[in-house]
Ligand binder design. Sequence first.
Ligand code: FES
Ligand code: FES
Length: 212
Amino acid sequence: MQTPGDFDISRRGVMAGGAATVAAATIVPAGPATAQAKPPAPPTGKVAFTVNGTARELELDTRVSLLDALREHLHLTGTKKGCDHGQCGACTVIVDGRRINSCLTLAVMHDGDEIVTIEGLGTPDKMHAMQEAFVVHDGYQCGYCTPGQICSAVAVLDEIKAGIPSHVTADLTAAPQVTNMEIRERMSGNICRCGAYPNIVAAISEVAGVKA
Ligand code: FES
Ligand code: FES
């Protein structure tokens, strides 16, 4: 049977054993320091596309998004980064006539494409009709979402003109009309934290020649 004395001896033994283990674990092995392995260079790729009518060529890390290529490499900062996750529409640009979220696509996937950003639609001296309408109708407050809203709006009117259906009507074979609901549905991927939605719809309606 174990006595209190036995227990003390046993406990001291355990303590000593533990200390030895810790000491062993902290001993640094002698010898020359090993060189740290360098991380491999990221893969790069060449891409050639047209941006706002100008041919551009870039050599990029293949993981660079189109948004970052436009902003960081071509310094076209009109296109905005909101969420960087395809949720806000601030980064909308027009690629080969279709609006896309430039944060969700890699730049190297756009070889040969025609890209239009807000800078390519118009300038302060010569604005696009949609830019003018946004000014006239106060279609913004802080303006952060506005380049994406305007690029999207231009493409929306082209989509409706081309008869591309949305889910506003049950009959997807019916030619879409420019209505308040149709504009709201198609612009629903462009979020405005300032809540300028009524004015945005008014601006788009004016360009479309309909009453909001
Ligand atoms: S930044 Fe691309 S959707 Fe928000
Ligand atoms: S104007 Fe501020 S987020 Fe739209």
